[in-house]
Write a new protein. Structure first.
Length: 263
């Protein structure tokens, strides 16, 4: 896990930005009309899943944004910290599922209240990689909702969790589930975490026998009011571009949004 520092964000393309790019490309020989067509957002299906992507608090490779890009049944909007959850986010109106790729030390009381209201109203949650090390002071979140916590310091007789970059590990399917639809055993180069607290109540979906990792690397929370998936994998470009990882995240988003992934 890299040192915590502010991260950049990539919001959805705005028309003004697309126009500026079009004019710039026009200066090198492309007409503004042709250039703007190149950057026109792909049309979304009428029933596209509304995905709120929350980033911030940890640096990450720009390749991360490609994981859910270019899919007409996913309408993705990025809402980075410190602005995430400053206002209400209502399931069925503002977002169907929130994907967390963030690592804030904490959130303000109003942000926590808005996030809790979203989850308790049935909004879906997908927590990816270093997000398991964020909000660690909010017990409801890590114990009841995502079912896991990265320990940044020794606690209660447990040593601090550890991480290791650039590990090639074998990942195996541990349970038949919509989130694992179409997945088989795969090898991936990624960052591993070991010594996390993982709730004994979760349903483990993927495991590894890599020595620098905890066994479970993806699981479903038993939280009764919403569908919640936690995936430890997903550090860098090698993971973001891996077909099995991309399928895994897509499946998780669809299932959390109460849609049916196709195997």
């Amino acid at each position: 896990m890299a040192p915590v520092k502010p991260s950049t964000s990539m919001p959805r393309f705005r028309p003004a930005a697309a126009a500026l790019i079009a004019l710039t490309l026009g200066a090198v020989g492309l007409s503004p009309a042709v250039a703007q067509e190149l950057f026109r957002p792909a049309p979304k299906a009428k029933d596209a899943v509304r995905v709120l992507f929350v980033t911030g608090g940890h640096d990450h490779d720009v390749s991360f944004y490609s994981v859910l890009d270019g899919q007409d049944d996913l309408d993705v909007r990025v809402n980075p910290h410190p602005n995430a959850f400053r206002g209400e986010v209502a399931p069925g109106r503002d977002a169907d599922v929130v994907v967390f790729y963030d690592m804030p030390a904490a959130m303000a009381p109003d942000q926590e209240a808005h996030l809790r209201a979203f989850v308790e109203a049935g909004g879906g949650v997908v927590s990816l990689h270093h997000a398991i090390a964020g909000r660690t002071g909010w017990r409801w979140w890590w114990e009841e909702v995502i079912g896991g916590r990265y320990l940044e310091a020794p606690e209660g007789g447990r040593p601090a969790s550890t991480y290791k970059h650039d590990v090639e590990l074998t990942v195996r399917v541990a349970a038949a589930h919509p989130v694992t639809a179409g997945l088989e055993t795969f090898r991936i180069l990624d960052e591993t975490y070991k010594g996390m607290w993982i709730s004994p109540k979760v349903t483990v979906l993927l495991t590894t026998d890599e020595a620098t990792s905890d066994g479970p690397v993806a699981w479903v929370s038993p939280y009764p009011k919403a569908r919640v998936v936690t995936i430890q994998l997903g550090h860098g470009r090698e993971a973001h571009l891996h077909p099995s990882y991309r399928r895994l995240v897509r499946n998780a988003v669809l299932w959390a949004a109460r849609r049916t992934p196709q195997g």
